[in-house]
Write a protein that binds this ligand. Sequence first.
Ligand SMILES: CC(C)(COP(=O)(O)OP(=O)(O)OC[C@H]1O[C@@H](n2cnc3c(N)ncnc32)[C@H](O)[C@@H]1OP(=O)(O)O)[C@@H](O)C(=O)NCCC(=O)NCCS
Length: 184
Amino acid sequence: MTILRTNFPPLQPFYLKLITAIKVLWWKLFYNITIGRGTIIRELRYISTDSGPIKIGHHCVINALALAGPIEIGNNTLVNLHSDISGRKYKVIIGDNVLIAPHVAIMATIHNYKNRYELIKNQGTDGGDVVIEDDVWIGTNVVILPGTHIEKGAVIGANAVVTNDIPPYAIAVGIPAKVSGYRE
Ligand SMILES: CC(C)(COP(=O)(O)OP(=O)(O)OC[C@H]1O[C@@H](n2cnc3c(N)ncnc32)[C@H](O)[C@@H]1OP(=O)(O)O)[C@@H](O)C(=O)NCCC(=O)NCCS
């Protein structure tokens, strides 16, 4: 289901453009969500800006299942079906031209759990900003843990768990994700 499209085909009637402009303004004013031109949002089942705003750039396609701010997404970025991006206490920053496959989980905040005498749910949370730079491709089922930085042009193989920083143009696979090569 398409929730919002801000792409305006040249022949789109004026009243449809107006409705879209009102929707974008509505999301901005009442939900703290900024959406750029030409962006399409579909399939979203959960969205929260309780912990921070969500900013999505121009010409993105967001088919994600869940988004929880603070999140910043650049331009021309694709987030595929059933993916879950969650900032909460920290921020998720995603660059331009990033491809995120289906079933990817990106989280900037996790539960503290070390004290066995306290319920995990009562131990609070910790984490760190997640940064995914331009032209990164993230394979299906990847999990990206808090505080990680995936640098420009890197590729993360399907099913990897990213626990450390990934250098520019690296191809990283496995659990934990390790560099197996570099793009030529
Ligand atoms: C990582 C990937 C891009 C391939 O990279 P590559 O460098 O061309 O990989 P190769 O096929 O040459 O394999 C290199 C090595 O990594 C291993 N490998 C490749 N992909 C792997 C993965 N996802 N997890 C673990 N190991 C993997 C290979 O088995 C091989 O190991 P070996 O050297 O011991 O034989 C690809 O395997 C992948 O995971 N693509 C994501 C596909 C996807 O999720 N698409 C979703 C739609 S957008």
